[in-house]
Design a protein around this ligand. Structure first.
Ligand SMILES: Nc1ncnc2c1ncn2[C@@H]1O[C@H](COP(=O)(O)OP(=O)(O)OP(=O)(O)O)[C@@H](O)[C@H]1O
Ligand SMILES: [Mg+2]
Length: 319
């Protein structure tokens, strides 16, 4: 445990058990939640990139069960090398998402950098007793995922010019969608554990949940929502390096039944930008929660598996 955390009891989530965001208790009723993320463009349209970066950074706040309050923009951009209107559009995309989230941008920082990067530091608040951690899933719980996977394969396909306009628009919509509505609906249910699916892919983040809770997970690959055409793109070899690295890192932590083919194994490890929430809920609440998610516009949410006491920190995937 880092020394500073050992000495104080107000750090509710820090580096000892890393989670989607850090949390410090300010009072018995209020804890501050903080997270930061930035990356290079994942789509060509600057406005959409700003939206995606904002939705992605805000997502870690939602994954903790918190409400976002304030935002700081992180900008790396060279106005001498690139048209400044591109930066204006990136910031406009982010501002629109921050507004949609009900948060306020109160500052930021910019540096001159030939390779553009953009992201946000977000501060949110949560009741100290209502924090959703990665750990806490209990045997018998059902796993709910709120957005489709296949995003890394799609953004790699964009870079290779392999997607049609409507396919670019579809994956952009998925990435730019806030996890706000999903989190809001979930708050009326007993969420035992929650995280968001990002760079380590669905199975990487599911593994983190299983390790943090010392439980096993069973995932039914047929129930996992996947962007259309992902299978075809992956079969054509369009797979990001990070996705292959995820699959290698996870190899010993996963058991696949024979009917899950190689391509599906890769898709389940595909690195995601601004993915959905992955939550563990009591079995009796899973279907009511799913139905309420669907009624509230979280149309692609699915129950994808369950939590078991066998094989802690290990995932079995059937197909
Ligand atoms: N450079 C760093 N210094 C200190 N802590 C870090 C650093 N980079 C990451 N972390 C911590 O490691 C943990 C995992 O971070 P990571 O960025 O992989 O996932 P995340 O915060 O859930 O973000 P996202 O969901 O966007 O991927 C978090 O607790 C984060 O604060
Ligand atoms: Mg996260």
């Amino acid at each position: 445990m880092p020394r500073e955390e050992e000495e104080r009891d107000d750090i509710l989530v820090g580096l000892t058990e890393p989670d989607d965001a850090g949390v410090i208790r300010l009072s018995d009723e209020c804890a501050l939640v903080q997270t930061v993320d930035f990356f290079t463009p994942v789509v060509d349209d600057p406005y959409a990139f700003g939206q995606i970066a904002a939705a992605n950074s805000l997502s870690d706040i939602y994954a903790m069960g918190a409400e976002p309050l304030t935002v700081l923009n992180l900008v790396a951009f060279s106005v001498n090398k690139l048209d400044p209107s591109l930066l204006v559009d990136i910031l406009r995309g982010a501002a629109d998402k921050v507004k949609e989230a009900g948060a306020v941008t109160i500052g930021g920082h910019s540096i001159d950098d030939p390779e553009p990067k953009f992201g946000l530091a977000v501060t949110g608040q949560v009741h100290p007793d209502r924090i959703w951690r990665k750990g806490g899933a209990r045997p018998g719980d059902r796993l709910i995922l709120t957005k489709p996977v296949g995003v890394g394969i799609h953004t790699t396909a964009i870079k290779r010019g392999a997607l049609r306009d409507e396919e670019i628009e579809r994956v952009t919509r998925v990435m730019a969608a806030l996890n706000r509505d999903a989190a809001r609906v979930m708050r009326s249910y007993e969420i035992h554990a929650c995280t968001d699916v990002t760079g380590f892919g669905l199975l990487g983040h599911a593994y983190e949940m299983s390790r943090a809770g010392q439980v096993g997970l069973e995932i039914d690959a047929r129930e996992v929502p996947v962007l259309p055409r992902t299978d075809e793109l992956a079969r054509a070899g369009i797979v990001p390096g990070g996705t292959r690295a995820n699959a290698r890192w996870l190899a010993d932590r996963l058991s696949f039944s024979e009917d899950v083919d190689e391509v599906m194994r890769i898709i389940l490890c595909d690195a995601v930008t601004s993915g959905g929430l992955l939550a563990a809920v009591p079995e009796a609440q899973a279907v009511p929660l799913l139905e309420e998610l669907h009624r509230n516009g979280v149309a692609e949410a699915r129950i994808i598996g369950r939590v078991v006491s066998d094989h802690p920190a290990h995932i079995r995937i059937t197909g």
